[in-house]
Design a protein around this ligand. Structure first.
Ligand code: NDP
Length: 269
């Protein structure tokens, strides 16, 4: 019996996950299929129930359903609870287990692919939406010396700093223009790059050798990557995060973490 998985979203045609998981399955010798699943905007829960009834073993969840997905789970892993969002569902003997691999994927990309330690480093997180929230606990678990969350709406950054402030890592909230000092790692988790907009942080946040990572990815560098590179940072986009979050999901489902280099090369030859 071939095990069935899919990615649920709306729209879904653009998703790269159906290109990624078959490579991981071949690498690890696992027998599975992975499909795209378009759910109606008002029909996410019904879609999940249908997949369970049809014997699917799990699903990834993408826009706009990641928050709603947390509500259909019978059990949430800690990082999904902290993120308030789910991107990986496992259907297991009547249970629907929700996890979130976006943050672990980001951390894996920074530590494995970019070869940067987060432990003891100053981290600047730009944005305070779903992607920033999902990234926070996995970053905190790496024990940076400080995290600053800067956002256009400072109250949202404040709320995040409060929610995640009890884990032993100092976290401060800020507006973009008020961020002071240099940072070892700067992560753009705003959706500004989609519209070619730069979060207006001082150039001094980047120093020689800072890592600047934009969660967005595309065929061209984002305005944030161009700005950071002009000010001495080493830059990355979000493709590595995408590839790594898929590997984390695959490991949850199949108990084996695939090698991501082949997929990285395939998506960015
Ligand atoms: P949300 O809509 O939840 O949050 C958007 C955030 O961006 C908010 O903090 C918002 O600020 C801020 N923002 C929006 N527009 C601007 C702007 N013009 N200037 C400055 N700040 C702005 O989005 P997500 O958190 O879900 O996604 C954020 C980004 O991360 C997207 O680009 C998405 O594609 C990417 N992503 C990448 C993944 C990957 O695997 N590579 C995985 C998940 C997300 P405010 O609070 O003031 O509105």
């Amino acid at each position: 019996m071939t095990d069935k998985y899919c990615v649920i979203g709306n729209p879904i045609a653009h998703s790269k996950s159906p290109d990624i998981h078959p490579v991981y399955a071949r690498q690890t010798g696992q027998d599975l299929v992975y499909e795209r699943c378009l759910a109606p905007l008002d029909g996410f829960a019904a879609t999940v129930q249908r997949l369970v009834a049809e014997g699917y073993r799990g699903a990834n969840v993408t826009l706009p359903f990641k928050i709603e997905a947390a509500g259909v789970c019978t059990r949430l892993e800690e990082r999904a609870r902290a993120a308030g969002a789910v991107n990986t569902l496992s259907f297991d003997r009547g249970e629907i287990v929700g996890d979130n691999t976006d943050g672990p994927g980001l951390v894996a990309d920074i530590t494995r692919n970019a070869g940067r330690e987060i432990r003891g480093k100053r981290v600047l997180l730009l944005g305070a939406g779903g992607a920033a929230r999902g990234a926070l606990l996995p970053i905190i678990q790496q024990e940076p010396c400080e995290i600053v969350i800067a956002n256009r709406t400072v109250a949202t950054a404040d709320a995040l700093a409060r929610d995640f402030g009890r884990h032993g890592v100092p976290i401060r909230a800020s507006g973009f223009a008020e961020v002071d000092g240099g940072f070892d790692i700067v992560i753009n988790a705003t959706s500004g790059s989609l519209a070619g907009e730069l979060p207006p942080v001082p150039a001094a946040v980047f120093g020689p050798g800072s890592l600047a990572l934009d969660m967005m990815y595309g065929s061209q560098p984002t305005v944030f990557m161009e700005f950071a590179a002009r000010h001495g940072a080493v830059v990355r986009d979000g493709l590595g995060m995408l590839v790594e979050q898929a590997a984390e999901a695959f490991a949850i489902w199949r108990g084996e973490r695939p090698d991501t280099a082949e997929v990285f090369g395939m998506l960015r030859p």
